[in-house]
Ligand binder design. Structure first.
Ligand code: SF4
Length: 195
């Protein structure tokens, strides 16, 4: 095929133009990478804290559903919160896999109770669990509270019950939990650092 000088200049200019467009991000590959944005287009965001360890990374959970009554929402994506001062959007592999934890078929979604001497666990409601915990705490505190020591000094101790706080507690939750537990007289208090 014969190519005139004019045709050569025209084809060369077209080729350079196409290459430049690719360099500027107009390639089909780049366009396909934008699909993720559309996946989240109709979701609503909820900010939360990764429950796995005491680093307390901030997360954003994206869920489908408009939260109207009787509508079932579903979390479809979780990522690090870029505005969170602890992690600035980053997550370690455990945090990055949170979506699998949420949808795991073996995930416990209700409190479990096993009666003294029993061998079977049973699911109970949160109200039942909280009532049970409150009743047991009151009975134990009434029976074992130490107002004064052997020298007559006021000590207000409750030594027969301890408290283990969750690793996902924020500073504020940790502060309030500490105040409540100490005001009851409990001395054994720890914070779970890693799940
Ligand atoms: S498990 Fe990982 S993502 Fe979760 S709080 Fe700890 S460091 Fe952050």
């Amino acid at each position: 095929m014969q190519v005139t000088r004019r045709q050569f200049v025209k084809y060369t200019a077209g080729g350079i133009g196409a290459t430049s467009l690719v360099a500027l991000g107009f390639s089909p590959k780049k366009a396909l990478a934008e699909v993720r944005q559309f996946k989240l287009a109709h979701t609503s965001e909820t900010r939360n804290t990764c429950p796995y360890c005491a680093v307390d990374c901030g997360i954003i959970m994206y869920n489908l559903g408009d939260r109207s009554k009787n509508a079932r929402t579903e979390i479809i994506h979780i990522e690090g919160d870029p505005d969170h001062p602890v992690n600035r959007g980053t997550l370690c592999p455990k945090g990055a896999g949170l979506i699998d934890f949420i949808h795991s078929p073996t995930r416990l979604t209700h409190p479990q109770y096993r009666a003294p001497g029993g061998t079977e666990w049973q699911s109970i409601t949160w109200d039942e669990a909280l009532d049970k915990i409150a009743r047991l705490m009151k009975a134990d505190r009434d029976a074992n509270f130490v107002a004064r020591n052997a020298d007559g000094l006021t000590v207000n101790r409750w030594l027969t019950t301890g408290m283990l706080a969750a690793s996902a507690s924020s500073n504020e939750v940790g502060y309030v939990t500490h105040k409540v537990i100490r005001s009851l007289g409990i001395l054994s208090f720890d914070n779970q650092a890693r799940v």
